[in-house]
Design a protein. Structure first.
Length: 260
């Protein structure tokens, strides 16, 4: 990329948009504003039309918010988030976008952003592969932020029948060698065609990975006992009062449960 960078501003607030434009125009050696858009849908059109080097992007907007708009891009420009809401994953933005700016944007803060842009473009010029790590990481972040499809049961095979076991009746999952088993409140145990890792991605947040070989339903924990080597013994509220021993590296997850 060469300076000045082709720049598009995307924000649904006219006052914020005009303020940002005035600030950027003070740095015409860095930014060349080629277009503006007042929502994510318009932003997609303008990005496709002008192929900008960089965009300043609001998050909360009508029609398509900032995240939704980015998820539809086929080519990712450098992204600077501009938002009035600091409850968003600011640390993730710092790691995966060029920068974020909290409204109202101040010139002193913008100067720091410009320093980052210069460093990024300089590094990109020295990158033979031409890969923009910020764009790659941002795409990964957007993928992670996609809402999971909610599930309510898991299917298991029992003889010639396929049973649907409600998640509310499952106490824990355990891996034994190459196999993974589902355990229920009434003490039943079923073989599953899932790995623990794939289950971890599918299950709602009350299911907690407590070891390399175990996931428990925190809603059905009866008791937690301290064990040795930073481990815990988790006693489940099933008919067998099953015991699941946590891994020593999973202590933080258990302590988080204890704190709630």
């Amino acid at each position: 990329m060469q300076f000045p960078l082709k720049t598009i501003l995307i924000d649904d607030e006219p006052l914020a948009l005009s303020r940002l434009r005035r600030l950027l125009e003070k740095h015409s050696d860095v930014f060349s504003i080629v277009s503006e858009a007042k929502n994510g849908a318009e932003g997609l059109v303008e990005i496709d039309k002008f192929s900008p080097d960089i965009i300043f992007l609001d998050i909360e907007m009508p029609l398509l918010n900032g995240f939704e708009m980015l998820s539809k891009l086929t080519k990712m420009p450098l992204v600077i988030f501009s938002t009035a809401y600091d409850q968003y994953a600011i640390r993730a933005f710092e790691e995966n976008s060029v920068d974020y700016l909290l409204k109202p944007v101040e010139n002193e803060r913008l100067i720091k952003t410009i320093e980052k842009i210069r460093n990024i473009t300089k590094a990109g010029a020295n990158n033979v592969a031409g890969v923009n790590p910020y764009s790659e990481n941002l795409l990964k972040l957007l993928e992670e932020m996609k809402p999971k499809k909610e599930i309510f049961s898991l299917s298991v095979k029992s003889g010639d029948r396929i049973l649907l076991i409600p998640l509310t009746e499952i106490t824990h999952f355990e891996a034994e060698e190459k196999y993974v088993f589902l355990n229920t409140l009434d003490g039943q145990k079923y073989l599953l065609n899932y790995t623990l890792t794939s289950l971890e991605e599918k299950l709602p947040k009350q299911y907690l990975r407590v070891s390399r070989a175990g996931i428990v339903n925190s809603h059905h924990i009866k008791e937690i006992q301290k064990h040795f080597n930073s481990k815990y013994v988790i006693i489940m509220r099933d008919r067998k009062a099953s015991q699941v021993t946590s891994g020593s590296t999973y202590g933080d997850a258990i302590r988080h449960l204890l704190d709630n």
